[in-house]
Design a protein. Structure first.
Length: 309
């Protein structure tokens, strides 16, 4: 079946309009993560203060007599980093929960639940599928650009003036290939949620012959995300400034001063976190919902609206 790229591109806005409570749920989930990260960042800043004192003492004193003298400094640095070691894995889990929830909200809206969020096999499958595809995509990117630079390098050596043109064309071909590959993989998450399986390569069959409509839909959705982010930035900037947060200042100064800028007990920082969590939830819906809508329209309402586990 065919689908309308422009219609699917605005599915995220329709989704939050139909079910604003879902947007509230996604906002709360990301807000909890943000506040937890702020608390952890505060601990990291305090540990970094200890580490910087050790580094300054080392620079001011005589050269270390043995490598063992550097062990306390390395231990302090690792202790500082340990405060945030959980952040990346947890962000991946939250990403899987939100992607599965958005796909479920589009494909099976009757399932309900608070924000359509769960923590079950759907989320496990989405986590695994997105992680594997990300690794494969990164490998494909490395191979594509390595091939482009090798071809370009050979051309430059053999063709003199025309070699630079060949290099440019090879790099553009690599970029085009990665865009093509991204579009062909773009329906992996809704397929995974709908069909209850690890859909690593199933998206290639569904997207066959629909590259340009899907690319146009993705471009429109991406532009909408940029617009929402820019408008949100106008709102969040004065709130952040009221909290004393500086995005560019104090990064190379006293860590205790940096901690003040990210103090989670500051009500303005909390207000900024709430707004940012809302914006993040909205942009995730705007960006991901179109792909579930495209899948739903391509396969038809019967399979796309199949009952969820």
């Amino acid at each position: 079946m065919s689908f309308s790229a422009t219609d699917a591109a605005f599915e995220g806005f329709r989704l939050v309009r139909r079910n604003p409570v879902a947007l509230v749920g996604w906002t709360l989930l990301y807000l909890v993560y943000t506040l937890a990260t702020l608390f952890a960042a505060g601990g990291m800043m305090r540990s970094m203060a200890v580490w910087m004192e050790q580094v300054e003492a080392l620079e001011a004193g005589p050269a270390p007599s043995s490598p063992e003298a550097l062990v306390p400094i390395m231990e302090s640095y690792m202790a500082a980093m340990s405060h945030m070691v959980w952040a990346i894995p947890l962000s991946l889990v939250i990403g899987a929960v939100l992607m599965a929830a958005i796909a479920r909200a589009v494909l099976t809206p009757a399932t309900g639940g608070f924000g359509y969020m769960r923590l079950g096999m759907d989320e496990v499958r989405v986590f695994v599928v997105t992680l594997v595809i990300a690794i494969l995509y990164a490998c494909a990117t490395a191979v594509a650009f390595a091939a482009a630079f090798i071809i370009g390098g050979i051309a430059i050596g053999a063709m003199e003036g025309w070699g630079a043109l060949v290099m440019v064309l090879a790099v553009l071909a690599a970029i085009a290939f990665m865009i093509w590959l991204g579009v062909r993989w773009s329906l992996a998450v809704p397929i995974t949620v709908d069909q209850k399986k690890f859909a690593f390569f199933d998206s290639f069959a569904v997207t066959k012959g629909r590259f340009w409509p899907l690319l146009g839909m993705a471009v429109i959705a991406f532009i909408m995300v940029i617009i929402v982010s820019l408008l949100a930035g106008i709102v969040t900037m004065p709130i952040s400034m009221m909290g004393g947060m500086s995005m560019f200042g104090n990064m190379g100064e006293d860590p205790t001063e940096m901690f003040r800028n990210f103090n989670p007990t500051n009500p303005w920082i909390i207000a900024s976190s709430v707004v940012n969590a809302f914006v993040y939830a909205l942009t995730v819906a705007v960006l991901y919902a179109p792909f579930s809508a495209a899948y739903r329209d391509i396969v038809g309402t019967t399979r796309g609206a199949a009952a969820s586990e």
